[in-house]
Design a protein around this ligand. Structure first.
Ligand SMILES: [Ca+2]
Ligand SMILES: [Ca+2]
Length: 110
């Protein structure tokens, strides 16, 4: 299952392009733009599993760098500051990584 099968390819492209400039990433707007907010709990979990590239059950800091590229391979990497902001927003229990429940909350809050 790829991201563009779960989400509309056009929506993903538009969202990635909207945050093409380094430092411009806004996870709430991005989550809305790719249509993730309208997806079912199961679909959000599928997206989580794509973002969890090494299948550790968590999205770690290193994986957050490639957050946009998981949606669109041609996208840019997130900057260290953007990664930190995204991690701070998603990591509710402070263990330094985002679990599936935390990711679902992040989507729900967006
Ligand atoms: Ca992982
Ligand atoms: Ca956590």
């Amino acid at each position: 299952m790829s991201m563009t099968e779960l989400l509309g390819a056009e929506d993903v492209k538009k969202a990635v392009e909207a945050f093409a400039a380094a430092g411009s990433f806004d996870h709430k707007k991005f989550i809305q733009m790719v249509g993730l907010k309208k997806k079912s709990v199961d679909e959000v979990k599928k997206v989580f599993h794509i973002l969890d590239k090494d299948k550790s059950g968590f999205i770690e800091e290193e994986e957050l760098r490639f957050f946009l590229q998981c949606f669109l391979p041609a996208a840019r990497e997130l900057s260290a500051q953007e990664v930190k902001m995204l991690l701070d927003a998603g990591d509710k229990d402070g263990d330094g990584k985002i679990g599936v429940e935390e990711f679902s909350s992040l989507v729900a809050e967006s």
